[in-house]
Design a protein around this ligand. Structure first.
Ligand code: ACO
Length: 336
């Protein structure tokens, strides 16, 4: 319910962008041993949008331009850009710096965060703390942009069918606080369950030829690997748990929410979470059939579609809830 904070977060504009190229289940049945029936029944996914040469920052910048236009502000008004991504184009510069360049918000602070699929929830919480700080941050651009197709192993049928590319952005202003609660956390003991490896150091001074034991699985180069069953177990527990904690902090119950926008990883995870929460699937905003799992972009992309279709309106009480690599979990409750 409304907080007593003088200042906080207000969502002023939103926008999303997905690449034009679409890969449907039939296309996957031609590259791995799978079928439309298996994918639909086990995941709920029908199509995903995939980049056709455009980089990750391009997706984020397109979404950001829409959000800036929707907010009716100028790019120069932005004080801080936070970008959530686990699939950056470069180790440096950050995606935030590249998106800043593309939209012409030169001079703003620019920072990337990586919490995999919970990044947008974490980003909302960070934005709120900056906006409350009375430190000259009045407008934040929060972007989630993901190009998962670049780390997908298209020979692994159990994971390649899951992922798509896409981006979404919110313009957040310092105003009456409409973010009522956030419940964020991580369990690093599950780090090994969702993995995409970065480059190893092969520096010229190295004498030790042994690989350091990082307690992580052996994976093929940088390709994504997961223990699908462990992730499934974690997700079906973490999703309802995070919603309940966020509701408790906001002094409300899940049935008082107008809708819940969950991370779009697998429709069966979402159905189990709804059942465990005792809410009907009508309350869950699900567009996984269109986009697959776009990691941290999945929640705000679904939100943008629901707003565009009139399913979510100004004043609605909304919960964003996610789980992801780390392992991380997060739920935020706000009034749109
Ligand atoms: N097509 C046909 N058969 C398949 C496919 C496929 N695409 N993938 C796996 N199978 C087979 C398996 O080989 C197995 O065959 P077997 O019984 O002969 O051994 C059978 O189907 C059942 O496999 P399971 O792994 O038990 O299938 P399950 O129902 O658990 O579904 C899935 C697998 C979809 C991966 C599920 O476990 C899941 O969604 N887990 C969560 C994954 C997830 O959310 N990841 C998030 C990533 S988030 C991030 O941070 C990037």
């Amino acid at each position: 319910m409304p907080t007593n904070n003088t200042y906080g977060i207000h969502i002023k504009g939103i926008g999303s962008y997905v690449p034009e190229l679409i890969a449907d289940n039939e296309m996957f049945s031609k590259i791995v041993d799978t079928s439309d029936e298996w994918i639909t029944q086990r995941t709920g996914i029908k199509t995903r949008h995939i980049t056709n040469g455009e980089p990750n920052y391009f997706l984020g910048a397109e979404a950001a331009k829409k959000a800036v236009a929707d907010a009716g502000i100028k790019a120069e008004d932005i004080d801080l850009i936070i970008v959530s991504t686990c699939t950056p184009d470069f180790y440096t510069p950050s995606e935030a710096a590249l998106i800043q360049r593309e939209i012409g918000a030169i001079g703003s602070m620019a920072i990337d965060i990586n919490c995999a699929c919970t990044g947008f929830d974490y980003g909302l919480d960070m934005a709120k703390r900056y906006l409350q700080s009375e430190d000259g941050v009045d407008t934040v651009l929060l972007v989630a942009t993901e190009e998962l197709s670049k780390f997908v192993d298209y020979t692994d049928r159990s994971s390649c069918i899951l992922f798509g590319d896409g981006a979404a952005a919110f313009v957040l202003e310092r105003n009456k606080d409409t973010l009522w609660s956030s419940y964020l956390g991580a369990d690093g003991s599950g780090a090994k369950f969702l993995v995409s490896r970065a480059l190893k150091s092969e520096n010229v001074f190295r004498t030790n030829k042994e690989d350091f034991d990082m307690a992580m699985p052996q994976t093929k180069d940088h390709f994504f690997a997961q223990d699908g069953k462990e992730v499934y177990k974690f997700a079906t527990r973490a999703l309802p748990d995070a919603v309940l904690h966020a509701c408790e902090k906001a002094g409300m119950t899940p049935d008082e929410l107008d809708c819940i926008v969950p991370h779009q990883a697998n429709v069966r995870i979402i159905e189990t979470a709804a059942k465990n929460l005792g809410v009907s699937m009508d309350k869950m905003v699900v567009y996984i059939d269109r986009y697959g799992n776009t990691s941290s972009a999945s929640i705000p992309i679904a939100f943008c579609d629901a707003v565009a279709e009139g399913r979510i309106k100004r004043g609605d009480k909304v919960c964003f809830v996610g789980f992801g690599g780390g392992l991380t979990f997060a739920a935020v409750i706000f009034e749109y």
